[in-house]
Design a protein around this ligand. Structure first.
Ligand code: HEM
Length: 477
């Protein structure tokens, strides 16, 4: 393309500031690119063997997220070395029962979608005493529900824009439909969250006024998380500097909804998948459930069911919803190794040097599917292996079950006890009442990690996550 002299003339005479801005942006961009490239080329981790980067921009990130079946590093490790039960739980059951009876006995259900809706309703009530009405069509009628659904739908795994804006934050200021939707959903959540907090505070104050004393910690008997947080925050016997601001309390709402909703529904979805693949496990578990003489067992009664406990351990080993975590080094350090590693140049290392800013993947799925730890039958779903688990797992630093499902250490999942009871209660309500079979050939079902590991159909990749099952009310022979 040829530039006319007029273009140059007009540009230089009327827009010197524009030139200065272009120069500043170019210099900033060049400096950021230089920092990125020099960071990548100077990292001490470059001495380690590993797969070639599939993309200049993403490295191997897309490969990891798009791979189907098992987690990609399985291959890389082989090649490069290995370095109370509430009514909410019966909402879903009643909906499936009605659908099955209308369909004449058995109904095809996308259990992945329905479980996701059920767990949002459950965490809404348990967390905030808030009914999202998701299972009864709340998405259309409930403003907060719609805001969350929009937010979840816009949490895409890897995008060029997301990647570039991490390096060039100035890009976030550009008009962008996705960001607009996220900001508008966040504003709705803040507004309704603020009202929830204000209403709860008012009722706590009213209760304290009726008792003619200030709010004290011994008054903290609310059942949902939000009420507990607010009461704790308002207690006169808690020092001012240990209290959360209202904004911090409101900030907990999306955290708990995001962390505690799709994770548990994904685990329950994989449980139903496993029961279709292993019908004997399904029937044995149902028999255990039917031996309980109540439809509404307590948390203690659920935790006392031995086979259920083995099944849940094996489920969260073989199908952990979170398959990997990433940590970033805050300073230069050395990572000690269980076994030495040989670098690209043949040198043996007993620890790996790591530079500030380097990211390290914690390969949860890989460690749960390691033949070396679990044996040759590692990919088989065998609840009985938990009667005598391998000794080597005692070194696994997980917060639960010597597994990394809920991670370990100071940032481990704080909702894991809640989640385990929720999962057990859902399985109790569903497996006691229904029989499950695949509605499509088992080979059509594949695994997608984005970022949770969820089921999808090879024949319908564009339809998103789904697990279609035939659901039939159980009738004892
Ligand atoms: C099967 C279900 C669940 C799985 C697999 C799971 C897994 C995890 C993992 C791996 C982490 C660590 C994330 C990291 O270190 O970057 C985490 C953190 C967290 N989880 Fe869960 N989670 C589950 C259910 C829940 C539930 C039901 C809740 C809430 C009631 C919850 C609340 C949280 C919170 C608030 C954090 C952040 C903790 C922190 O950063 O200090 N999770 N979860």
């Amino acid at each position: 393309m040829a530039f006319s002299p007029t273009f140059f003339h007009d540009f230089s005479v009327t827009s010197p500031d524009v030139l200065a801005v272009i120069f500043a942006i170019s210099a900033y961009a060049a400096w950021r690119v230089y920092s990125l490239v020099s960071f990548v080329y100077r990292t001490p981790l470059r001495i380690l063997p590993g797969p070639p980067a599939a993309s200049l921009v993403y490295g191997n990130l897309k490969e990891i997220q798009e791979v189907e079946g098992t987690f990609l590093p399985d291959r890389w490790f082989t090649k490069y070395g290995k370095n109370y039960v509430d009514h909410e739980f019966f909402l879903l059951r009643d909906i499936w029962s009605e659908a099955a009876s209308k369909a004449g006995g058995s109904v095809r259900v996308n259990v992945s979608r329905d479980l996701s809706m059920a767990t949002l309703d459950i965490i809404g009530m348990a967390g905030f005493n808030y009914d999202f009405h998701t299972l009864d069509g709340g998405e259309k009628t409930n403003e907060l529900n719609a805001a969350f659904r929009q937010l979840f739908a816009n949490l895409r795994p890897v995008s060029l824009f997301g990647y570039l804006s991490a390096w060039f934050p100035i890009l976030k200021m550009l008009p962008n439909d996705r960001l607009k939707t996220v900001n508008s959903s966040a504003a709705t959540i803040r507004r309704i969250g603020g009202k929830l907090v204000a209403d709860q505070k008012a009722s706590v104050l009213q209760a304290a006024a009726e008792k003619h004393h200030g709010v004290e910690r011994k008054d903290l008997q609310g059942r949902d998380l939000l009420t507990l947080l607010i009461k704790a925050n308002m207690a006169t016997d808690i020092p001012e500097d240990q209290r959360l601001s209202d904004a911090d309390v409101i900030g907990q709402i999306p955290t708990f909804l995001l962390a505690g909703h799709e994770t548990t529904s994904t685990a329950t979805t994989w449980a139903l998948y496993v029961f279709c693949k292993y019908p004997k496990v399904q029937q044995k578990l149902r028999e255990e459930f039917l031996s309980v003489d109540t439809e509404t067992p307590t948390m203690e009664e659920l935790n006392a069911l031995p086979y259920l406990d083995l099944v849940v351990h094996e489920l969260l080993r073989l199908y952990p919803p979170v398959t990997m975590l990433v940590r970033e080094a805050k300073k230069d350090d050395m990572i000690p190794l269980n076994e030495p590693v040989i670098d690209k140049y043949g040198k043996v290392h007993h620890e790996i040097p790591i530079a500030k800013g380097n990211k390290v993947v914690i390969p949860i799925l890989q460690s749960h599917r390691s033949k070396e730890i679990w044996g040759e039958d590692v990919l088989e779903f065998k609840p009985e292996r938990w009667d005598q688990p391998p000794e080597s797992i005692s070194a696994m630093p997980g917060v639960w079950g010597h597994l990394l499902t809920f991670n370990g250490g100071p940032r481990a999942c704080i909702g894991y006890r809640f989640s385990l009871v929720e999962l057990k209660a859902l399985l109790f309500a569903l497996v006691r009442s229904f029989e499950f079979e695949f509605a499509v050939p088992a080979e059509d079902i594949c695994f997608k990690t984005a970022p949770l590991q969820r089921p999808s159909l090879r024949s319908a990749p564009k339809e998103g996550f789904q697990l279609p099952l035939l659901v039939k009310p159980y009738k004892a022979a």
